[in-house]
Design a protein around this ligand. Structure first.
Ligand SMILES: [Zn+2]
Length: 99
């Protein structure tokens, strides 16, 4: 998973930049740059797959995006959350199917 490693290191660098901007830059000159870095961070984090949340109610199993706003039922599996755009990792549900 080369891509994940790349994204993780990009996220680390962006966080470092944000930290620096928040600490040392003055509001007038850095506000725009800070906003830009925050947008980059959000985009990178959403490109990193997050595990879907498994909710089982009696015998019915639901899957949800980590944002909690989108639910999936049955065989319907979307690679992206339609609300927040988060890339979803369904490996947790595959592991369950093998049990
Ligand atoms: Zn979502």
């Amino acid at each position: 998973m080369k891509e994940v490693k790349f994204l993780e290191s990009a996220i680390g660098q962006i966080k470092h930049t944000i930290d620096y901007l928040e600490r040392y830059a003055d509001e007038d000159s850095s506000g725009e740059q800070l906003e830009c870095e925050l947008a980059k961070l959000e985009a990178c984090e959403k490109s990193l797959p997050k595990k879907v949340v498994v909710n089982s109610n009696y015998f019915i199993v639901h899957y949800a995006c980590p944002c909690g706003r989108v639910y999936f039922r049955g065989d319907y599996k979307d690679n992206y959350c339609s609300v927040c755009g988060q890339l979803l990792d369904w490996s947790v549900t595959e592991a369950r199917a093998c049990v």
